[in-house]
Write a protein that binds this ligand. Structure first.
Ligand code: DX5
Ligand code: ZN
Length: 216
């Protein structure tokens, strides 16, 4: 299992001060930030696009873990690669050819991730596990920060971790949505190594302690 990582979601930061939100991640001693891209179509909310990602790029060396909640993620691979993303994760539920999109992400020199909604059958990911650097199990229905963790997803996490071990693969297993000091540890125990946290990270009175509790 890859070393544990906490990736704060900028969605929960002050949208008038993303630079400050990035600084908070650096000050907590972290190396990754999670960027949620929403198109108002695949999910019922709009966040920000490649121009914002490009504007943040020169301000930080953080690893940009970009989560595309887009109906047509294949159309935006080049834009996010150019904007400075290091990792692009696309949904199994979106309208695209997954094999082609993963290949395009890798051809652009980025790490490729595959995501599934909480109600998806994790077996849908099986054909792609050899081709991905990350599998993301959404632990809420995507679209909004601050929602409650859905415990039924723990079963999907266990399933994918078991499959990862069985095949000797080293992709990251990420969870996203409602992750806090308690639910994050449940996910770690189920096999997740990469924890996205928005609300719980930015609201934590001691962010370093919050991270330490999840990565021990
Ligand atoms: C949900 C996003 C998440 C979200 C997590 O659509 O993909 O990254 O911002 O936020 P919290 O941690 O507040 O649930
Ligand atoms: Zn996300």
């Amino acid at each position: 299992m890859p070393a544990p990582v906490v990736a704060p979601s900028l969605l929960a930061a002050d949208h008038g001060d993303f630079a400050g939100g990035i600084r908070a991640v650096e000050e907590a001693g972290l190396g990754w930030v999670h960027l949620d891209i929403m198109d108002g179509h695949f999910v019922p909310n709009i966040s920000f696009g490649p121009q914002v990602v490009a504007a943040l790029r020169p301000r930080t060396r953080l690893h940009f873990d970009v989560h595309l909640m887009l109906a047509h993620p294949d159309r935006f691979v080049a834009a996010f690669a150019q904007a400075g993303a290091e990792r692009l994760t696309v949904h199994i539920e979106a309208d695209h050819d997954m094999t082609k999109t993963l290949a395009a992400i890798k051809a652009a020199g980025l790490k490729a991730g595959i995501a599934m909604n909480p109600d998806a059958d994790p077996r849908r990911l099986l054909p792609y596990l050899e081709s991905v650097d990350l599998a993301l199990c959404m632990t809420v229905f995507p679209g909004f920060g601050g929602q409650a963790f859905i415990p039924a997803v723990l079963e999907s996490i266990r399933f994918l971790d078991t499959e990862r071990q069985r095949r000797g693969l080293d992709f990251r297993l990420e969870v996203d949505g409602g992750i806090n000091a308690e639910t994050g540890l449940l996910c770690r125990a189920a096999g997740a190594d990469t924890l996205v946290a928005g609300t719980a990270f930015y609201k934590a009175p001691d962010r370093r302690a919050f991270v330490a509790g999840l990565t021990a």
